[in-house]
Write a protein that binds this ligand. Sequence first.
Ligand code: AHR
Length: 661
Amino acid sequence: MNKSILSLVFAALTVSGAYAQNPKFTLHIDQANKTVSPTLYGMMTEEINFSYEGGLYAQLVRNGSFKDDVNGQRKNPWTPWKPGGPQYWTLTDTVAAKMHVDPRGGFNEANKSALVLDVKENNGGVAIDNEGFWGYPVKSKAHYNGAIWAKAGDGNAKSLKISLVSLDGKTVYASTQVQGLSEKWQKFEFSLNIAAKVALSKNAKLRIAAGETGKYLLDRVTLFPETFNGRKNGLRVDLMTMMKNMNPKFLRFPGGNYLEGNDFKNRFDWKRTIGNPDERPGHMSPWGYRSTDGLGLLEFLTWAEDCGAEPILGVFAGYVLSGDYISGEYCDGFVQDALDEIEYVIGGPETKWGAQRIKDGHPEPFPLHYVEIGNEDFFDNSGSYPGRYKRFYEAIKAKYPQLQCISTIDAKMMSEQAKRAGIEDVKLDVIDEHYYRDCDDMYRAAHQYDTYDRKGPKIFCGEWATREGKPTTNMNAALGDAAWMTAMERNSDIVVAHCYAPLFVNVNKGGMQWESDLIGVDTHKAYGSPSYYAQVMFANHVGDKIVPVTVEDMPKMKLGKGGESDQVFYSVTRDSKNGNVYLKLVNGGKNAQPVTFALDGVKTVKSKAEKWQLSSAHTTDTNSMDEPTKIVPVASKAAVGKNFTVTLDPSSIVVLTLQTK
Ligand code: AHR
């Protein structure tokens, strides 16, 4: 047999697994001394992909404050305003009535625009319809709470009829009346109840019908279905439940680019996002649409609380996405804003902003350990970050020495930029690293943290994802994610926290700005990607101690873009209270792979372990709104002991829980 035939035969046998080597893992359980960070698994969020508006934030009316006109924004201040009509609203009878937006007609400074509805003739059919964010969710026994600000522009307008109707208007799901309009602005609260049996659907709209002929001024229309924990101005039940199932220990907010904004006016200005939602002006998100700020600072905090998580608070640090920045003493206003924000989160009743939080409805302070100064300031080519960072760092530490500050640039860049700017003595507690990679690059990086300096700053991997598949990721991405999570977990003595990004994508047409996301959302449903299920598996099976592992005979696999990596990725932790050992394994290979284990330093191991597995026939397989559970973790039992072998299915993620003493 010549050499090339021999190598072909060898390659075939390797693919079939016959000649692949079987790795042996020795778990040194009695040497599990390093502590797993208690905040290791968490979530990152920002307003992107219509995550809140039309997503998590349960409010259903789109453009309820009539700020968006079909003509769009004025190009410049000297272009005369020509109102075309409110976006996402339609008038049912354009002969009997006319409508337009009056940009100076609203009921307060935060809601300057109002809708003017002039009804000349009324046979009961004059109404305005709101299409919502891709429809309104209807289902049996649904209950909705709403409000509308209204006033009569003349003496005739007196009442409104508000309904949820089918798209053709023929089916009325629920209806109510508001009465007593006068020539003063008033807020009318109402509820809608669907008593009849109706199929779950998003093919519905909100209808507001004029009761009389006359002139109506309308503003800030809101409608909420049931919310998680029944919170007023609250969040969607299905999405909160999905996040709770991720067992997150923290929520990083409010971004991401959403923290910075495209310009100073549109940064996340937290003081404009608290208090009565009717008094929040909202702003443009950098992802191209308006945020009402109904989901503001307190709602972020209670969201974290309702998921059992603590906040990792990103504070605005004087740099916006256009590249503008403010530095030196000009930054001090923003430093004070950050101190006030921290006080809002953790201050007592004797403090100004703690008292404000209590007034806003949350007497208890929130737990807080980490504050992040800015976001991705490695994009700031001016080199202003060290100066800005230092001002924030020193002010935060002086007032709150118990807090850890997170830098958004690494130690090398910090020291180079600081040197150039003549800034000395910049201290680093934690560095935020962001990684968006493909699966092979995740495999390649699986030992990245093994060699990090243990005496240097800690690491927060504040954004990462294996970007394969869209709108949500596929099985291959979940494999890359899982391999990367084993890398972070094994090194969670220095990786204090990590979170996937982005968390949500609204899969309705036009909802996505960023491909490859964790959870797909539409108007009335949601589903988790394979990456989501990998997170759920990992975050729900983690001990408090890292178990050192000796690996022999690790098989290697070739990677698509060249080079090779390990085939099996692993992390082992132990719960020091109950003795459970959590064994996480990822087989990146296309062949089934036996792996042998020896447990050192335990007296007994129960013979059956709980086993969770995530896998699919093809790595390009994925979940979707139509097939939400095509790929989900499957539970079974595995035979284990002090010495045992597990055969990993091709392209699979496995978590074993061993009960040891
Ligand atoms: O996660 C999407 C974006 O990626 C974030 O807003 C930003 O921080 C990063 O560049």
